[in-house]
Design a protein around this ligand. Sequence first.
Ligand code: SF4
Ligand code: SF4
Length: 425
Amino acid sequence: MQSDADKRFARMQKATALHLAMEGEETLQHLTEFSDNPKAMDYFYDLFRNLYKNGHKLPTDKKVIGTMCLQVPDELIYAAGAVPMRMCSGAYAYEQVGAEFMPAKSCPVVKATTGMLHVNQALWGEAVASVVLPTTCDQKKKCGEMLKEMGYPVYILEMPSSKDSEGARFYWQESIKKFTLDLQKITGNKITSGKLQTVIADMAECSRLFRKLNDLRKSKTPLIFGKDIFLVTSAYFIDEMASWRQAVRQLIEELEVWRQNDIAITNRQAPRMLLTGSPPIFPNLKVPILVEQAGGIIVADEVCSSNRLLHDAVAYDEANLNDMAAALADRYLKPCTCPCLTPNTDRNRKLAELVKSHAVEGVIYQAFSGCLPYEMEQKQISNTLSKAGVPMLYLETDYSSEDLGQLSTRVEAFIESIKARRRKK
Ligand code: SF4
Ligand code: SF4
């Protein structure tokens, strides 16, 4: 007989599934109501429609390794015969569940991820062989203890808090070597240099395609909305690699035809924006949608759910395990511009480069309420941009829709101010 606690849990699961389906559909409705979306985006709209309507079923023929941050090298997980799944959630429905475990002021990514793992424990518990948690921000670190209590096997991947010193680099390389050995124990499969080489090449192809797509965003006539780019990269968290690559190839082909025929996705004069800060993850695409509904276009981003996720590829000299593991460690540390690192001045350099390469006119800085690292770094970024003559709008937000009206007024005013700057030039 079901206990009262079991009945309560079943009711909560049902209500969350319903909220999730509504939330996913609502975001998809906003994403698709823009005119002239590329036909190739249908793959991504359908992927999320199906996922949010029918629930997220994990593979049954392979072990799943959950990853709680982009710092975890997926290459090693694939080479160990398992499937990586980035577990950072953007769902408000899950955030509300996670709020039971976390202090009210915690960051929505961590709350939603904890909530998601709690709701799906019975469904995913067997398939998830490990949840890998790099020691990045304090909230991520501490939520590992809660996940352990829920019954998930949690793996702490020790990461240095700086990337500039030899010591930090050595520490991280040792962590990655240890992770390589431990993954083999977790999955029961040997990681060979041949398997790792194949996977590195597969993922390098994902990066190459992403960079190509990202390059199309440099076009003077806007070819794709940023809200769609964030959907494509959110799909990378969960989709099968080969299917994702095929869908991105089709999208690139379609956009190249548009470029050749001088077709633009939107008003050619739309102010060109860059989004940085806390990661937009489907279905929380609230800020990108607001910016583009207000007439701007996000032509570049510096977030860990998009550009930082896919831009860089692994480069190694010798195809032996030792060299490849060291090269993987470098790939995941050197380009990292997460504010968990200190100092993190490399983020200023990266932003300056993106502003130049994508002809950015204004920056939107999104910080999730409760995310101290991004909140604390906003002043430094704002000063750097201001010296370069690029205006920045700082938005503190979360996954709820309560602040929509207030955000939309501020975003509209910001876009108008950029148009006014143009007129003065
Ligand atoms: S914000 Fe930083 S710590 Fe959080 S998921 Fe992104 S890269 Fe990882
Ligand atoms: S958004 Fe901030 S608090 Fe949340 S996981 Fe990323 S760094 Fe940590």
